[in-house]
Design a binder for this molecule. Sequence first.
Ligand SMILES: Cc1cc2nc3c(=O)[nH]c(=O)nc-3n(C[C@H](O)[C@H](O)[C@H](O)COP(=O)(O)O)c2cc1C
Length: 187
Amino acid sequence: MTSDPLRARPPADPRLRTPPAAAAGRDVDPALYRQVVGRFATGVAIVTAVRDGTDHAMTVNAFTSVSLDPLLVLVCVEKAARFHDVVLDAGEWAVSVLTEDMRDASQWFATRGRTLDGQLEGWEHTRGPATGAAVFSRAVAALECRTHAVHDGGDHSIVVGEVLGLDVPDPDGRPLLYYEGAYRTLA
Ligand SMILES: Cc1cc2nc3c(=O)[nH]c(=O)nc-3n(C[C@H](O)[C@H](O)[C@H](O)COP(=O)(O)O)c2cc1C
């Protein structure tokens, strides 16, 4: 059997399956962790918020729906990110789930240290009626949220939002996907 866990094939008899050595103990390799969790295919979204009249935005793929009653979603925000304190301070935010032609926007809003002034220019957007946060026009889905809870998640905060509003800005758009560290599109 090959030593690469991503290439390893389980033995035919399921009772003979053993977890890869790295996964059995606490010494899980962070690089392997990134590789393995990166095999969970996701969409790509930009979270936006306004603080003191300034627009902020950040690319995320750690976004998921949580609850139907009440309506809750979550986004995981790295504590070291500039956006972290912004989203906590703002208390209200929007999520735009990107179309495939927003790949450049995804890269731009994942660029640390970019200037905030005019950072939304060039990306068509409107203002969410509930929050005033930017909602991108090239989005397959958009949600406006108010922070419901914030949980510790290691080097990230798990920000749970109550859904205040929903929109489908680009009904014919095709979603931008992210898998194994690369952008993808639906076949
Ligand atoms: C496809 C993709 C997905 C990302 N997902 C997340 C995420 O879910 N949470 C997060 O904190 N950062 C995520 N990032 C990284 C942030 O976008 C990046 O660190 C950003 O520059 C932070 O900006 P800021 O420090 O200016 O706030 C992602 C980046 C990319 C390209």
